[in-house]
Design a protein around this ligand. Structure first.
Ligand SMILES: NC(=O)c1ccc[n+]([C@@H]2O[C@H](COP(=O)([O-])OP(=O)(O)OC[C@H]3O[C@@H](n4cnc5c(N)ncnc54)[C@H](OP(=O)(O)O)[C@@H]3O)[C@@H](O)[C@H]2O)c1
Length: 252
């Protein structure tokens, strides 16, 4: 019997590319997002090109009901990719609180609930893989990106700890920490990449390839793109007052 992979946020960007790779690796798929047409188009493309099954679940994962529906309809899964997420650029007090709380619901709450439910089922089976999409922002305190950076710091910290808790039970947790990737993310975030940022952006297909490879190897965390790799060390040795000035300038 084929193993099953669940990918959240599969309607575009990194999640869509990860889904295509997992289909080519002969996994049955459960794909989830809010945009039904994009998911159906992807499911059709996959069934034209591969012999795997692809189940579409339309759900808003900022809501309790959306996460309930996904858990109820997914069935047994072997791989969980918690990829759905978004950010919004702007000063915290100037932006609507509701949308920022939704960011916390999606980036943190849904990811944690899904990891808890499916992690338990995987431990019972004695095997499984979880990939949580964090970000280079996980290492940054970001003026004008305050809530987003904080949610991604949570994802990285949580995933590292979970990786340690579950490793000896046959389940690995991989945190993916991309830098700039040109996807739907920028439009949703209300940001535009500068020429320099576009130059350092890693192509989305490459990010997905590295992500899936690292997950299969059971790596704890991975940061695609050579230009991004020094960042964790740089943030450690830079005094926080300077860190905040630099990040504020970069995000202006
Ligand atoms: N692009 C970057 O530079 C970058 C860098 C670091 C980390 N990341 C992270 O990578 C992940 C994927 O982002 P991306 O770059 O591929 O952006 P994207 O193209 O905008 O994809 C985001 C995905 O999340 C889904 N999503 C958003 N809100 C949702 C909701 N309420 N319920 C269910 N699904 C929802 C979207 O689908 P629907 O709109 O159809 O719901 C879409 O499939 C995110 O966690 C993001 O934070 C991105």
């Amino acid at each position: 019997m084929r193993e099953v992979a669940l990918v959240t946020g599969a309607s575009s960007g990194i999640g869509l590319e990860i889904t295509k790779i997992l289909a080519s690796q002969n996994y049955d798929l459960v794909i989830c997002a809010r945009r039904e047409k994009e998911l159906q188009d992807l499911a059709e493309e996959i069934s034209r090109q591969h012999t795997v099954n692809c189940k579409v679940i339309v759900a808003d994962l900022t809501t309790e009901e959306g996460v309930d529906l996904l858990i109820k309809d997914s069935g047994e899964i072997d791989i969980l990719v918690n990829n759905a997420g978004f950010g919004i650029l702007g000063d915290h007090l100037d932006m609507q609180l509701g949308r920022q709380l939704e960011m916390i619901e999606l980036n943190i709450h849904a990811l944690t609930r899904l990891s808890h439910v499916f992690g338990n089922l995987m431990v019972k089976k004695g095997k499984g893989r979880i990939m949580n999409v964090a970000s280079i922002a996980s290492y940054i305190s970001g003026p004008s990106f305050a809530v987003y950076c904080a949610t991604k710091a949570y994802v990285l910290s949580y995933s590292r700890a979970l990786h340690k808790e579950l490793k000896n039970k046959g389940v690995t947790v991989t945190a993916l920490c991309p830098g700039y990737v040109t996807t739907g993310f920028q439009e949703v975030a209300g940001m535009e990449l500068s020429k320099m940022e576009k130059l350092t952006a890693v192509p989305v297909k490459k990010v997905a390839e590295i992500a899936v490879k690292s997950m299969h190897k059971g790596k704890r965390e991975v940061m695609p793109g050579i230009v991004n790799k020094p960042l964790p060390l740089v943030t450690k040795i830079t005094p926080m007052w300077l860190h905040l000035i630099i990040v504020k300038w970069v995000l202006k």
